[in-house]
Design a binder for this molecule. Structure first.
Ligand SMILES: *Cc1c(COP(=O)(O)O)cnc(C)c1O
Length: 430
């Protein structure tokens, strides 16, 4: 049999691009098989190189809250591009986006735009260290904050040990200042602060974890984090690169009523183009260059085309009722999938927070990194391919959250449930 077009493209890509992809998870390593090369997308649907159609629950890993190529965003991008692709000088659109972000997030009095989530978290960490004049940062195992050196760290052996690099090429000296804690472990958090509190510059957290599948914060977890940071003079960084304008118009901080010191954003605020941001209290942000001693810069920061996409996206997202509709879809989707699994006797659970959802091949939804790791990855793999064959594109890994867009409606819901009924049926057979 001759290779399919996806196969051929993947083979040729692997010749000139490491692993054939420009970001590792796209390579389908966790599920096996050939990644689909996408040719176009409209609304909730994408078409691959062989013109096969899929209902998309990845949404470019979060940014596409309006679905693919929403007309208002495409028009804004076209208009901005005609006016000039980049100036390397301030533009009115940046002021507009910054104003909008500070209005939506009371904790963000000032904000700086960057070009990715990685840049946002890396810069926020530097700023927190500059502000507190402390070196140690704390993060939670299973939370992902981009690929900056200090954040590519996993727990060492035993609680409260300093982190070890989770990537080759990261000096142990860099992660020696990073503490790794357990998500949703309130007692562990208090212990860490009682032992190391005076050294901690900042704690960075995904307020709803979305990079170890989906794990919402346990009641009291974020509250304790806020309280401990304040008591010990550490800054609390909410990494809302994924949750920002995904779980509500006030992001996760609005949803849970917690005021972080610094916030990082990305994904949705660029509407599919590269935009990131970090912001917070004025007195902290004042330390950034050119006002203060903490250096941070970017040739394409605040790029006019990217900012136009972000602004046009946020204008749609902030219409009244937008999140209610999205959230209802996500909730009904998880309930319907759980029902199908039950019918076929497949151990499975699911849940949604805003427009993010988690599917777990485990009888009850996990609350910790350890519990997520107990999910049946072999079952997920089979489910993933069974859904893919039926034209539903889920994230190609058991440890990623799913995303719903405003383009997902009743037709999409019915398509998904029909596919899932068959897929779970397939799983139930040995
Ligand atoms: C995606 C993500 C990042 C990294 O953003 P990039 O734009 O991929 O660099 C950081 N933090 C969180 C929570 C994310 O989900």
């Amino acid at each position: 049999m001759p290779p399919s077009r996806n196969e051929d493209l993947f083979r040729r890509s692997r010749e000139v691009i490491p692993g054939g992809v420009n970001s590792p998870v796209r390579a389908f390593k966790a599920v096996g098989g050939i990644p689909r090369f996408f040719r176009k997308g409209t609304g909730a649907w994408v078409w691959d190189a062989e013109d096969r159609r899929y209902l998309d629950y990845v949404g470019s890993w979060g940014p596409l809250v309006l679905g693919h190529a929403p007309p208002a965003v495409v028009a804004a991008v076209e208009a901005a591009a005609r006016r000039g692709l980049s100036f390397g000088a301030p533009t009115e659109a940046e002021l507009e986006l910054a104003t909008l972000l500070t209005r939506q997030l009371p904790a963000v009095e000032q904000v700086r735009l960057v070009s990715s989530g990685t840049e946002a978290t890396m810069s926020a960490i530097r700023l927190a260290r500059g502000y507190t004049r402390r070196d140690v940062i704390a993060k939670f195992e299973g939370c992902y904050h981009g690929h900056a050196d200090a954040l590519l760290v996993k727990a060492g052996s035993g609680a409260l040990t300093l982190g070890q690099p989770s990537s080759a090429g990261v000096p142990a000296a860099v992660t020696a200042h990073t503490l790794v804690l357990d998500y949703n472990d309130i007692a562990g958090l208090e212990r860490a602060f009682s032992e190391r509190g005076a050294e901690i510059a900042a704690v960075i957290v995904e307020p709803v974890a979305g990079n170890m599948n989906l794990i919402p914060p346990r009641p009291g977890f974020l509250e304790t984090l806020r309280e401990q940071c304040t008591r010990h003079g550490a800054l609390l960084i909410f990494d809302e690169v994924m949750t920002g304008f995904r779980v509500g118009a006030g992001c996760a901080q609005g949803r849970y009523g917690i005021v972080p010191d610094l916030t990082t954003l990305g994904k949705v605020i660029g509407g599919g183009l590269p935009v990131g941001a970090f912001g917070g209290r004025r007195e902290i942000m004042a330390l950034l260059a050119p006002e203060g001693p903490v250096y941070q810069a970017g040739t394409l920061s605040g790029n006019p085309v990217a900012v136009a996409a972000g602004l046009a996206t946020l204008r749609e997202v902030l219409r009244p009722g937008f999140f209610e509709t999205l959230e209802a879809y996500a909730r009904q989707l998880t309930e319907a999938l759980a029902e199908q699994a039950r019918r076929h006797g497949v151990p499975f659970s699911a849940r949604a927070v805003g427009s993010m959802f988690g599917l777990y091949f485990r009888a009850t939804p996990p609350d910790s990194y350890r519990e997520v790791m107990e999910c049946d990855t072999a079952a997920f793999k089979r489910f993933f391919h069974a859904m893919l064959e039926r034209g539903v594109y889920l994230a190609p890994s058991a440890f990623e959250a799913g995303f719903v867009s405003s383009a997902h409606g009743p037709g999409e819901w019915a398509h998904t449930v029909a596919a899932a009924a068959e897929a779970f049926g397939e799983l139930a057979r040995p």
